[in-house]
Structures are given as structure tokens and as C-alpha cells.
Unconditional design. Structure first.
Ligand SMILES: CC(=O)N[C@H]1[C@@H](OP(=O)(O)OP(=O)(O)OC[C@H]2O[C@@H](n3ccc(=O)[nH]c3=O)[C@H](O)[C@@H]2O)O[C@H](CO)[C@@H](O)[C@@H]1O
Ligand SMILES: C=C(OP(=O)(O)O)C(=O)O
Length: 431
């Protein structure tokens, strides 16, 4: 089993470059299925386990996928007839596999996808995805662990109000609507930067999507989409994770390829804590010195504070001064890392959907296990300042969402090593 071993006490300095965004590349690769004329060339693709999984899903649907990790590029040829079924073996590995449902349904008039079920952070239903397909004329049924959607002929444009601004539902409905007859309007749509990236990609393929990044997205269906070349946006969560790593060690780090406009909630919270963040020509400079102040944080859909930064900020808050409250409103069960932080002597208690923190904690190195991918990063970050040695296991979570996390931290000056296997490709395991 792979392990990351961190010895606390080093200050991070230097530059780190962020990769293409995991949460943008997955929906974009799924949406590539919509093209029936020419190939799609996707650039700035991060070398993540989740990318390997979505590539396998696409191949299983009868597309040709050429992946070139050295060039960070995936080329997809989906011109032949698609198969209609996404198997459990893929959806089990990665919930985002559900994002192939919209494109398959739009092209074949029928889609059968294994039900994703819950995961360590919550129950994660897909009712809003299905409500959208239904409004567009699909009949939904369940059986043998699969969900099926079927239409007679083409999907019809519809007006869909989402009960929650779900990222995945917005994406699945956008791709289904891209080839529907007439106009679809999604209200209370998710506004994440990754939604805008997907809309741009659909438009580059010849689609007609307007309003992405606002509450209301309009998609005028077209008869056909064609292959294009698309660059994935930078990963705002990876950028945020390195910002926290710099701040916790009282370091001075430049984050290259970060887009500050995608991270306003995080930047302002860190500034409120006393971290200096400035936009410089080379990137976003993060500098901390002296005592940081505890703050209150509530996770919200974008542009609110991202749930995917909650555990990393909890690590930073353990080193701040005063009482702070972190409230999780997006997922009902995203506090599994609290027990692991407690092993490191983190001083906090869970009250309902909040964690009350009395800081600073006297952090000590310990053996801890990652409970999800962001928790993996957060535990490693806490290890950077804990007294002694921290060993983090369950690294398959980390490999889903971070490229060379240990190597990038080591290049910034961290005392960190990964043991188990030399080849990260081989280290990739699945849940
Ligand atoms: C691959 C990807 O992009 N993953 C991101 C995406 O996940 P994902 O797209 O799964 O997250 P959603 O935005 O759909 O989920 C947000 C909330 O809505 C609920 N919900 C969702 C769909 C639905 O049909 N019904 C329903 O009730 C979920 O249970 C959750 O409580 O957005 C999350 C919220 O920013 C991020 O944490 C994930 O990193
Ligand atoms: C929860 C996350 O991803 P996923 O939706 O793929 O599980 C994440 O990126 O933090």
C-alpha cells in the first residue's frame, strides 16, 4: 500500500504550476461524445486516475480514445454509433461517469447507466439530472441497479428549474439539450467555472449555449455537433490547495496558471485570516507570516466557498488563533477527516453540520488515512506543520484529483516522500 510520509517543519518557497481542472475535464470528455463529425482534441488534460477512468468509459461506449499523457492530450473519435450502456464497474470507480448519460440519450434516444449510489461525502442522488431528462420527454425507469432513459425520437427543449444548483445535473442537462429539438432553459443552474468551460466546449463543437455562469442557461438544440480543439481551464481547487499549503507553513509561494476570478471566496477568507495574497505577473503570490486569525466558513455553491476546499481550510484553521466555525451545507457527510485530524491532536468538535474549532492545536504527526481526495491533501498539508512524522495512507483518493502532489510539495521545500511504488500510474487503485 502506498504511503506519503511528511516530516513537519519546513517552510514552502518557490513556484508551483497548476494543471487542467479535474472537474472540467470529466464533463468535457463526456460531452465529446456529442460530436458525430470529426474528432475532438482536448488539451491541458491532467494525468489523473479519474481521466483514465473516463477514457475507459468512453472506449466502452464504442469510441476511439487516444490518450497522450506526455502531451496532456486526449483525442476522441465518437463518429460511429455509440453503445447505450455505461457499466457499474466504471460508475463505481467514479461517480462523474453519470455525465455520459446526457450525450448518449441525446444521440441514441436511449441510455442505460449503472446507478452511482452514495460515497464517503454523502448520498449524492441524481434526481435533478433525471428530472431534466424527463422534462425533455424521456421516460425514466429503474431496474437491476441501472437507470434507463428513453425517448421516442429526439429530446424536446424544455424549461427546467433545478431544486438545487447541482453541477452534475446542470452539465448532464446541457449536453442532452445540445442536440434536442428547440430551446432548453435551465433555471437555478450551477454557476461554477467548470460549467462555463463545458458551455464553451459545446459552442466550439457548433452548439448554441448562452448564459453559462449565471442562474439561467439557454441551450438551443442543433442537428449536429462537430469535433474541435479545446483547452481545459486551470484547476481552482488544486490552486487553492497549494495556497493553503503555502500559508500553513508561513511560506512565500507563487501559484502559476491560477485564475483568481475563479477563487474569490477562498482568497477573501484567507485574507481575512491574515494571509497576504497578491496578483503578480507570474501568478498568484501567497505569503504568510505571524499569527493567523480564526474565521467562520460556510460552504456554498459557486460563487460561495467551495466544499472541495473545506478540509484543506480546516487544516489551516487548526494553526490559526481563536474560535472558528466551519459549516458544510453542500454535502451532508463531509466531515470524515475530522477524526483523522483528531489523531493529529486537532482540537475540534462536530455539532450538526458545523465543526467548532478552538485553535491553535498542538499538531502532532500520526498515522492517518485519507477519507476522500480533498481530505488526502488536507492531511498531508497538516503534516507539513505537525511535530514529527505524519504517514498518510489510502492514496488512491489523492491520485483521483492531484498530479504529483508529493513531488510538487517537495520542489517547494517540503520534507515529503511517497513510498510503495516508483510509478504513480501503477499506484493508481480504485475504490
Ligand atoms: C466531478 C465534479 O465536478 N464533481 C464536483 C461536483 O459534484 P456533483 O456534480 O456530484 O455535485 P452536485 O452539485 O450535483 O451536488 C451538490 C448537492 O446537490 C445534491 N444533489 C445533486 C444532484 C441531484 O440530482 N440531486 C441532489 O440532491 C447533492 O447530493 C449535493 O448535496 O460538484 C460538487 C459541488 O461543488 C463538488 O464537490 C464535486 O467536486
Ligand atoms: C468530491 C469531489 O469529486 P467527485 O465529485 O468526483 O467525487 C472533489 O473533487 O472534491
Amino acid at each position: 500500500m502506498d504511503k506519503i510520509i511528511v516530516k513537519g517543519g519546513q517552510t514552502l518557497n518557490g513556484k508551483v504550476r497548476v494543471e487542467g481542472a479535474k472537474n472540467a475535464v470529466l464533463p468535457v470528455l463526456a460531452a465529446a461524445l456529442l460530436a458525430t463529425n470529426g474528432k475532438n482534441v482536448i488539451k491541458d488534460v491532467p494525468t489523473l486516475a479519474d481521466v483514465l477512468t473516463i477514457n475507459e468509459v468512453l472506449k466502452s461506449l464504442n469510441t476511439e480514445v487516444v490518450y497522450n499523457p506526455e502531451k496532456n492530450e486526449v483525442i476522441i473519435d465518437s463518429q460511429d454509433r455509440l453503445s447505450s450502456e455505461a457499466q457499474f464497474e466504471y460508475v463505481r470507480k467514479m461517480r462523474a461517469s453519470i455525465l455520459v448519460m446526457g450525450p448518449i440519450l441525446a444521440r441514441n434516444g436511449f441510455a442505460r447507466v449503472a446507478l452511482p449510489g452514495g460515497c464517503a461525502i454523502g448520498s449524492r442522488p441524481i434526481d435533478q439530472h433525471l428530472k431534466g431528462f424527463e422534462a425533455m420527454g424521456a421516460e425514466i425507469s429503474f431496474g437491476n441497479g441501472f437507470v434507463e432513459a428513453k425517448t421516442n425520437g429526439r429530446l424536446q427543449g424544455a424549461k427546467i428549474y433545478l431544486d438545487v444548483p447541482s453541477v452534475g445535473a446542470t452539465e448532464n442537462i446541457m449536453t442532452a439539450a445540445a442536440l434536442a429539438k428547440g430551446t432548453t432553459v435551465i433555471e437555478n443552474a450551477a454557476k461554477e467555472p467548470e460549467i462555463v468551460d463545458l458551455a464553451n466546449f459545446i459552442n466550439e463543437m457548433g452548439g448554441k449555449v448562452k448564459g453559462a455562469g449565471t442562474d439561467t442557461i439557454r441551450i438551443e438544440g442543433v442537428n449536429e455537433l462537430h469535433g474541435t480543439e479545446h483547452h481545459i481551464i486551470p484547476d481552482r481547487i488544486e490552486a487553492g490547495t497549494f495556497m493553503v499549503a503555502a500559508a500553513i507553513t508561513k511560506g512565500d509561494v507563487i501559484i502559476e496558471n491560477a485564475v483568481p476570478e475563479h477563487m474569490t471566496a477562498l482568497i477573501s477568507k484567507m485574507q481575512e485570516m491574515g494571509v497576504e495574497i497578491t496578483e503578480e505577473e507570474q501568478g498568484l503570490r501567497v505569503k504568510a507570516s505571524g499569527d493567523l486569525k480564526s474565521v467562520d466558513i460556510k460552504t456554498m455553491p459557486h460563487p460561495g466557498f467551495p466544499t472541495d476546499m473545506q478540509s484543506q481550510m480546516m487544516a489551516l484553521m487548526m494553526t490559526a488563533h481563536g474560535t472558528g466555525i466551519i459549516t458544510e451545507t453542500v454535502f451532508e457527510n463531509r466531515f470524515m477527516h475530522v477524526e483523522e485530524f483528531r489523531r493529529m491532536n486537532g482540537n475540534m468538535k462536530i455539532e450538526g453540520r458545523s465543526v467548532i474549532m478552538e485553535s491553535p492545536s498542538d499538531l502532532q504527526g500520526a498515522e492517518v488515512g485519507a477519507t476522500d481526495l480533498r481530505a488526502a491533501a488536507a492531511l498531508i498539508i497538516a503534516g507539513l506543520v505537525a511535530k514529527g512524522i505524519t504517514r498518510v495512507t489510502e492514496l488512491y483518493h489523492l491520485d483521483r484529483g492531484y498530479v504529483d502532489f508529493d513531488k510538487k510539495l517537495a520542489a517547494l521545500g517540503a520534507d515529503i516522500e511517497r513510498i510503495g511504488t516508483e510509478n504513480p500510474e501503477k499506484a493508481i487503485q480504485f475504490v
